[in-house]
Design a protein. Structure first.
Length: 169
């Protein structure tokens, strides 16, 4: 029996797919579909979890094409890394390589280059896996976190990353 006659679909779960072009549009979709939705960016973990039926979202919201989430911006005061920036982009960013050794080492150690090319910092952090390599350096580096809830973007001026996450919940 050929494997193609058993299951020709990559993902066996059916879902509606959305590709918003703005943070506001993504937040509205996630607000509308709540627990039935999942955020897709790199997909290195999410798609495996869907394929293995650990989760079965009815709606996938792909944030990878939202320009505001795909940027790394350096100002004299801060470095802003969007949630959809790949780990490889962070690894290759000169300022991170030369000034943020812990973050550079963490993202460089995750998977293969192919995985780092797809995986995102936002996904690595939000998955909250005990094997996540990027949260520890971020714990000491993130004095401010900006997040969005359904129709109300907010800034969190926390002393550290874990406080910023707590304020978001």
């Amino acid at each position: 029996m050929s494997i193609n006659t058993i299951n020709t679909r990559i993902l066996s779960t059916e879902f509606e797919y959305f590709e918003p072009s703005s943070v506001e549009e993504a937040v509205n979709l996630l607000g509308r579909y709540k627990e039935q939705s999942a955020v897709l960016s790199g997909g290195t973990d999410l798609l495996v979890r869907i394929k293995q039926k650990h989760i079965e979202p009815r709606y996938l919201v792909n944030i990878k094409r939202i320009d505001a989430l795909r940027r790394i911006e350096k100002t004299p005061e801060l470095l802003r890394i969007g949630a959809a920036v790949s780990l490889l982009e962070i690894e290759q960013y000169d300022f991170v390589r030369t000034n943020l050794e812990a973050l550079h080492e963490a993202v460089s150690s995750i998977g293969s280059m192919q995985i780092r090319n797809m995986a995102t910092l936002g996904g690595n952090i939000s998955r909250a896996s005990p094997a996540g390599d990027s949260p520890p350096p971020c714990l000491s580096l993130v004095p401010e976190s900006i997040y969005a809830r359904h129709q109300e973007p907010r800034a969190s001026h926390s002393k550290n990353f874990s406080e910023a996450l707590e304020e978001q919940l």
